[in-house]
Ligand binder design. Structure first.
Ligand SMILES: Cc1ncc(C[n+]2csc(CCOP(=O)(O)OP(=O)(O)O)c2C)c(N)n1
Ligand code: SF4
Length: 292
């Protein structure tokens, strides 16, 4: 399939020239085209932020939710229509800050959705405050003495909570992004793909060059099926020592998804929205709860 199928004609793109988000958009379109997943098979869900705008620039079905709360509609959309491919796109502030609670509990539920987080280590849309992944000593007009809080480690948290697929890639490496995104989308269960994304306007520290110099690609010596090994890799780089690994950290096999666990799908796989409502049954149910 040609990635041009996702092209939004006349889209008024509000990102700054040179933003890493353009490359991520390109890689996502390529990954979807390679997997032959046309616009009609997809739902892209996002919150608020520069990252949250990405679905607006890709021709498909879109739900734009509240800041940090996109995983709830994404889970609901997948549960009511398990035949659709559901992809959530968020920023590091949106997902790990405002949406931190949703992030944790969605991992525990394991819906079959792909959670892509555009991690620029800053709040881009609101003009440069520190985010949960900002590094220690990162100075902003708001954190004038520099950040002193421990950076949030999304991969370590996801692995610890039993996320069934955990990966990290970098906006400056399109082939790697495409490869990782394809595997994440194909994976059955919750997949986290954290993508290092340079914000050329508000983060002058974690630039394209900085990410290149401070990351490395994991090779075949890393076995993604071993949880403790995955956790060790996820801890690298975060404490300011060593480089951040890129690649697939962790895969958990045979973990039932949220949808599979729902009793409505145990006998009948028909998506909920295609089923006829039995009004009598519904009325009896409501009546039975009256006066409780
Ligand atoms: C509940 C709530 N809190 C705060 C805001 C203001 N707000 C909008 S976008 C944003 C930060 C976005 O940062 P991030 O998610 O990292 O995305 P980026 O813009 O960097 O891609 C904030 C704090 C909001 N819209 N809603
Ligand atoms: S402010 Fe940063 S994240 Fe937002 S569009 Fe510009 S470069 Fe990209």
């Amino acid at each position: 399939m040609d990635p041009e199928i996702f092209e939004m004609e006349n889209a008024d793109i509000a990102w700054c020239p040179g933003c890493g988000d353009f490359l991520i958009l390109k890689a996502l379109k390529q990954a979807l085209a390679d997997l032959e997943l046309g616009p009609e098979k997809l739902v892209l869900v996002s919150g608020i932020g520069q990252a949250g705008k990405l679905p607006h620039y890709l021709k498909s079905n879109v739900f734009n939710g509240l800041h940090g709360r996109s995983l709830s509609p994404a889970t609901g959309i997948k549960a009511s229509n398990p035949d659709m491919v559901v992809i959530d796109v968020s920023g590091d502030g949106c997902m790990y800050g405002e949406g931190g609670n949703h992030f944790m509990h969605t991992i525990r539920r394991n819906p079959d959705i792909t959670n892509i987080v555009l991690n620029n280590m800053v709040y881009g849309l609101t003009k440069g405050q520190a985010s949960p992944t900002s590094q220690i000593d990162f100075k902003t007009p708001f954190q004038v003495d520099g950040v002193f809080e421990e950076p949030f480690n999304p991969l370590a948290v996801a692995i610890t909570l039993g996320a069934s697929f955990v990966a990290r890639t970098f906006a400056g490496d399109i082939p790697h992004m495409v490869e990782v995104l394809k595997k994440a989308i194909e994976h059955k269960g919750y997949s986290l793909v954290d993508i290092f994304q340079p914000c050329v306007t508000f983060n002058k520290v974690n630039t394209f060059t900085w990410f290149k110099e401070n990351t490395y690609l994991m090779d075949d010596t890393h076995n993604p099926y071993l949880k403790i090994e995955a956790l060790k890799r996820a801890l690298e780089g975060n404490d300011g020592e060593g480089k951040f690994p890129l690649g697939i950290f962790y895969i958990k096999k045979g973990h039932p998804t949220f949808e599979e666990n729902l009793s409505v799908y145990k006998k009948d796989k028909t998506p909920l929205f295609r089923r006829k409502v039995d009004k009598n049954k519904l009325k009896n149910l409501i009546d039975s709860k009256r006066g409780l």
